[in-house]
Design a protein around this ligand. Sequence first.
Ligand code: CP
Length: 329
Amino acid sequence: RPQLLSVDQFSRESVEALFRVADIMQPIARRQKVSRVLEGAVLGNLFFEASTRTRVSFGAAFCRLGGSVCDTTGFTFSSMAKGESIYDTSRVMSGYVDALVVRHPEQGSVAEFARATNIPVINGGDGAGEHPSQALLDLYTIQREFSRLGRIVDGAHVAFVGDLKYGRTVHSLVKLLSLYRGLKFTLIAPAGLELPAHLADRISRNGHVVVQTASLAEGLAGADVVYATRIQKERFEPKEQEQFEGYTPDFQIHQALIDAHCSPRTLVMHPLPRDSRPGANDLSTDLNHDPRLAIFRQTDNGIPVRMALFAVLLGVEDQVPRSMRDAGW
Ligand code: CP
């Protein structure tokens, strides 16, 4: 069954094939062309956790290919609030829609949705597990930005900063980047929020250099990509709640830090949302006008990458080029 549950499904070749479909989708994503290749198809967007980008961009991607979207957000608006199981919910939805995107707070739960149905299911984030479509759009962004600079992903130095324990986008992205050759991964995390050991071991086993540090100055030096993440206090266990009670580790990426330790060609990325509340210490807004900040190019790339995922999972990717017409508006 066609589904996207984990980036483990991908080889380097299949990632690059998906990105070629995403490139074909770019004129539709930019509203220069239109396509109705998914006319009549309905997407079920089941989000049991908050989301702006993933929910809306999957919905917009489906609509821009001519399909329609049914949304449900939060447990309150689903009959799971009345005790309905994942199995029953998924079976019922598969009689109504042609594909599902699911976000759920429990790791492994989206796979449970997928086991109960024979329609395509996409993991829109399962707890602290994975967020495969985010990692795909992140890698697509890195490739496009590097290509503009005449560089390739092989041999790059990528510094991951912040909550690497609960950051599911990081979990998926380190696996995807591991498909390339000769990378240096610098993992900069507060004590207790380091990347899970099985993922760090996997990167090393794939022949990459892994450096773990709690020092921003040391870790950022020479980085080609700085990938910052939010501290995800909502996922903390009780002992972590106690450890971080009343304070947020200061792993903030800001202009002076980037100017001091990075080159004019370094990319600064973040999956978003960034926490802009006082004391959150997330990616600073003082970088907003720095061309190295790629965060909104990442969000824009979410549309063609998610269109490509739908086209491939629903088997219409070959029809897309001849379905495209000028937008005319
Ligand atoms: N990056 C991401 O998953 O954002 P949302 O939580 O807004 O979907």
